[in-house]
Design a binder for this molecule. Sequence first.
Ligand code: IMP
Length: 195
Amino acid sequence: MKLVFATNNPHKLKELQQILGGQIQLLSLADINCNEEIPETKETLEGNAAEKSFFIYNKYGYNCFADDTGLEIEALNGAPGVYSARYAGEEKDAVANMKKVLDQLKEIKNRKARFRTVISLVIDGREEQFEGVVDGDILTAKQGEEGFGYDPIFQPEGCSQSFAEMDAQQKNNISHRGRAVQKLANYLKTLNSDL
Ligand code: IMP
């Protein structure tokens, strides 16, 4: 079965292909000659993920899945949420994004936050969504050098390290994306036997 993963991130594609195994052949956007910007105009992770997967399905005719992730901070009423990538501006600067969060939480005791990933899968025009969540706390300063985005300031519940102090395997085992992807993989395995 061929399935497009609507991402331009080769890292994500490789990781997913490993998890999904040989039964499913993942295609990148480059593989289907999609060089255009995929619209992401909705105000929820669910909306954006669905917008991306249906865009590919409707325009290019491939079964497809897309993901969208946000950091949701309780004391900031769920911000930055769907705006996580460009929280401090259009440059999508991770350091500036973290600084903005740390500044906003300076005097605030409630540091509770979660990462949430939504995956939208469209097969033959029918959509299924899969959610992965990891709860944790926002640290008071950056810790660690691994990972990307908000990893240095996020410490998952029950852990004594930030995401940026873990190796990729450790992080994938408990992360929002890892959990959502595992649900997708389980679903595809049940489907694959029918195809
Ligand atoms: P995307 O939907 O995967 O592109 O994620 C949107 C934004 O959320 C990214 O640009 C990062 O700022 C943030 N983000 C997503 N996943 C992670 C993660 O695993 N660690 C830290 N930040 C993340």
